[in-house]
Design a binder for this molecule. Structure first.
Ligand code: SF4
Length: 384
C-alpha cells in the first residue's frame, strides 16, 4: 500500500485505505511518505506486516519475499538460492551495510563509499538463512562499522520469518544465533551498546570473538584521529567483557607513527597492550592516503621511526599472543576444518588469525582437537 503523508487529510485517507486492504486480505506492507511515521500507522493498524519509507524498493521487496518467499525454480533460476560466493563452501561473509558515518582523519572510505546505508534486516537474514541451507557453517559479519548497523534507518523494524526484528546489531546477533552455525563479528566500533552482545557470546549463541579496531591508546592521538574511545574506559570494558565471557577472543588493529605521535604517546600504547592482553593484534605504520585529513596534521613521523615503533609493538604483542596460545595447550577445542589437517578454533577468523594443525579431517567438518603445542600464531594437536 503506497501512502501519502503530506497533509492531514492525506494521512487520514491513507490510514483508511490501509484498513480497507487489511479487511480484504489481512496482509499489508505499507510504503510511501507516511511510512516514515511508523507509530501513526501502528497505533491504528498494529497488524501491518512491514512499514518502509519512500523510495525504498529493496525494503518493500524484502518484506514481500519474507512473507511470500519465491520458490526456487532450478530450470529458470541460474543463481542458486544461497547465491554465488567466492569463499570455500563452509564459510561466508555476510555484509550488513555499506559506508560509514564517522570521519576518522586517516581514512577516506566515507568519501568513497558515502555515509552508512544499512541493508534491511529481513534481506540480511534471508541471505544468512540461504547460505546456511547451502552448507555454510560459519558466517562472518562484515561492514565498515558493524555496531552502527541500523543507525541510518533509526533501527527500523523489519521482518524475518514473519516476526518483527529491529535493524540493530544486538537484534541481528540474536537472530543469527538461531541459525545453529558459527557467527563471527568483525569491525565492531566500540560503542557502549557493544556490551549487549557479550552475554550472547557467553551463552554460546554467537562466537566469543570480537574484532574491535581500537587504533591507539593515547587520548590526544585518539582525538586527532577523531576516534571517541578513551583507553581507560576501554580497559574497564575489556575487564567487564572478560568477566561475563572469560573465553572471549579479542582482536584489534592499531596505527603507529600517526602524525605528531611522540615517544611518550607510543609508550602509552605499549603499556595499554600490556594491560589489555589482547589475543590477536594487527599493527600498521601510518601511511598518508591521498585525501586523508590527517595528512594536514603537523609532526609527520619519519619512516624509520614508524618502522621501529611497529617492530617494537609487534615484539611486545608477539610475547602476549604466544603466552595466550600456550595457555590453550592441554585443552580440547572445537575446530572448523578448512582443509585436511588445517582448521580454525572459535578464536581464529579465516585469513587474518592463526590456525590449528592436526592430522585428518575433511573441509567443513566440525571436530574436537586436543591441543598439544603452540607457537606465536598457531596451535598443534590431534583429533579427539
Ligand atoms: S576508519 Fe572505519 S570508522 Fe573510521 S571513517 Fe574509516 S570506515 Fe569509518
Amino acid at each position: 500500500m503506497n501512502t501519502c503523508g503530506f497533509i492531514d487529510a492525506a494521512v487520514r485517507e491513507s490510514i483508511d485505505a490501509i484498513g480497507e486492504a487489511l479487511d480484504k486480505n489481512g496482509k499489508v506492507v505499507v510504503t510511501g511518505c507516511l511510512g516514515v511515521k511508523e507509530e501513526t500507522i501502528r497505533d491504528v493498524h498494529p497488524s501491518v506486516l512491514a512499514i518502509t519509507g519512500p523510495h525504498d524498493t529493496a525494503a518493500v521487496m524484502s518484506a514481500v519475499h519474507a512473507h511470500l518467499p519465491k520458490p526456487h525454480d532450478p530450470y529458470t533460476d541460474l543463481v542458486p538460492p544461497q547465491g554465488i560466493k567466492l569463499t570455500p563452501a563452509h564459510y561466508a561473509y555476510l555484509k550488513i551495510s555499506e559506508g560509514c558515518n564517522h570521519r576518522c582523519t586517516f581514512c577516506i572510505i566515507p568519501s568513497m563509499r558515502g555515509d552508512l546505508v544499512s541493508r534491511p534486516i529481513g534481506e540480511v537474514m534471508q541471505e544468512a538463512e540461504n547460505l546456511v541451507k547451502g552448507g555454510v557453517k560459519e558466517l562472518l559479519v562484515i561492514s565498515q562499522d558493524t555496531s552502527a548497523y541500523g543507525v541510518d534507518v533509526k533501527y527500523r523494524t523489519g521482518f524475518w520469518n514473519g516476526k518483527p526484528v529491529k535493524t540493530k546489531m544486538t537484534e541481528l546477533c540474536k537472530a543469527l544465533g538461531q541459525l545453529g552455525v558459527w557467527v563471527r563479528l568483525h569491525y565492531v566500533y566500540p560503542y557502549p551498546h557493544v556490551d549487549e552482545v557479550i552475554p550472547l557470546m557467553a551463552e554460546g549463541k554467537i562466537l566469543p570473538y570480537l574484532d574491535v579496531p581500537f587504533q591507539h591508546a593515547s587520548p590526544r592521538i585518539l582525538r586527532l584521529m577523531k576516534r571517541p574511545a578513551s583507553a581507560e574506559k576501554v580497559l574497564e570494558r575489556i575487564r567487564a567483557w572478560r568477566a561475563i565471557c572469560p573465553d572471549i577472543t579479542l582482536r584489534s588493529t592499531f596505527i603507529v607513527g600517526f602524525p605528531g605521535e611522540t615517544e611518550e604517546e607510543f609508550s602509552l600504547l605499549l603499556q595499554f597492550l600490556e594491560e589489555a592482553q589482547l589475543d590477536r593484534v594487527g599493527c600498521f605504520a601510518y601511511s598518508p592516503v591521498e585525501g586523508a585529513a590527517a595528512n594536514e596534521l603537523p609532526g609527520a613521523v619519519p619512516e624509520e621511526a614508524k618502522e621501529d615503533r611497529r617492530r617494537r609493538f609487534m615484539e611486545k604483542q608477539g610475547a602476549i599472543s604466544s603466552a595466550k596460545l600456550k595457555s590453550r595447550v592441554g585443552k580440547t577445542l572445537a575446530v572448523l576444518v578448512d582443509e585436511p589437517g588445517v582448521g580454525r578454533s572459535q578464536g581464529d577468523a579465516p585469513e587474518i588469525d592463526g590456525t590449528v594443525r592436526f592430522r585428518g579431517g575433511k573441509a567443513g567438518e566440525l571436530r574436537q582437537i586436543v591441543i598439544d603445542r603452540a607457537d606465536q600464531h598457531d596451535l598443534y594437536g590431534r583429533l579427539q
